[in-house]
Design a protein around this ligand. Structure first.
Ligand SMILES: Nc1ncnc2c1ncn2[C@@H]1O[C@H](COP(=O)(O)OP(=O)(O)OP(=O)(O)O)[C@@H](O)[C@H]1O
Ligand SMILES: [Mg+2]
Length: 271
């Protein structure tokens, strides 16, 4: 017997913005083989904002994040329908070069995953292979800038070549991964539960860092911490069973959720 179809009516609370969205997702469906994991998602990402994806485990948050930077390109039997525009251009158009597209994004995972290389090389690796700097001095400058921007420079400046990324504390490793994510000069930061495996003090530093980084990046933050989303998100998108059921300013979604799914999730009845 088939399960009853889930057919929600999504609510998108209005947002007032002076700038057009950087990314527009329209009517996005995604299948892993025969199984549909995203249903008709409509989503905007604006410059200089933190947009939090929340919702129960398995509802499609990471899948949606990977659609944005085409990280799924190599996944077999994956099917996409709908449109994803960045600066008004279809990112799945045949003339888009996926590696080039991916470089417009920095990715930070839940578990810090520094390369087993020196602290310096963790940050220098991307810009060196992509030729983003003209010479060694410029590269060194860029590495310093990224480490400063990730709030890590003062702690590591004397150990850049002596220690590897793995010699740092978990919180420092996560800031190193953020420095590495910044090294390709991305427009968008995609963060999949970046504070999910670090302690509360390290979390507070990362949250402060994200608030600073949003001045010149659009940030999508997946989090299982409603307190974190309340503290730092400008807008929130609530996912449920592959549907984006509700989105809007964080204060509106948290204080006056309009859909039964968002209300149940925020009340702790699902997830
Ligand atoms: N590569 C894949 N192949 C097949 N199914 C997948 C793949 N990746 C994810 N899925 C399925 O798609 C659905 C959504 O998964 P996704 O990882 O996007 O959820 P999530 O909201 O990020 O969950 P969590 O909060 O646990 O990280 C799940 O049912 C998952 O099992
Ligand atoms: Mg996930």
């Amino acid at each position: 017997m088939n399960a009853p179809a889930f057919d929600p009516v999504p609510v998108h609370h209005p947002v007032v913005r002076n700038l057009p969205p950087l990314i527009e997702v329209r009517g996005l469906d995604l299948w892993y083989g025969a199984r549909q994991a995203l249903h008709h998602v409509d989503l905007d990402l604006f410059p200089a904002e933190i947009l939090a994806f929340i919702g129960p485990s398995g509802c499609g948050k990471t899948t949606m994040l990977k659609v944005l930077n085409r990280m799924h390109d190599e996944v077999r039997d994956l099917q996409l329908k709908g449109r994803v525009l960045m600066h008004g251009q279809d990112i799945y158009a045949p003339d888009v070069d996926p590696p080039l597209h991916r470089r417009r994004f920095g990715w930070v995972a839940q578990r810090p995953d520094p390369f087993p290389l020196s602290i310096y090389d963790n940050v220098a690796y991307g810009p060196s292979i992509h030729g983003l700097t003209a010479n060694a001095a410029e590269l060194a400058d860029h590495v310093e800038k990224c480490l400063r921007r990730a709030d890590l420079w003062d702690e590591v400046k004397d150990d850049l070549h002596r220690k590897t990324g793995l010699d740092l504390s978990l919180g420092q490793q996560q800031r190193l991964c953020i420095a590495r994510a910044l090294s390709n000069k991305p427009e968008v930061l995609l963060m999949d539960e970046p504070t999910g495996s670090i302690d509360p003090i390290a979390t507070e530093r990362v949250e402060r860092l994200l608030l600073d980084l949003k001045a010149d990046h659009a940030i999508v933050l997946i989090t299982h911490s409603m307190a974190e989303a309340r503290r730092i998100a400008d807008r929130v998108a609530v996912f449920h069973m592959g549907w984006l059921v509700e989105s809007g300013p964080a204060a509106v979604v948290f204080d006056r959720p309009a859909t039964p799914e968002a209300r149940a999730f925020l009340a702790g009845r699902t997830g």
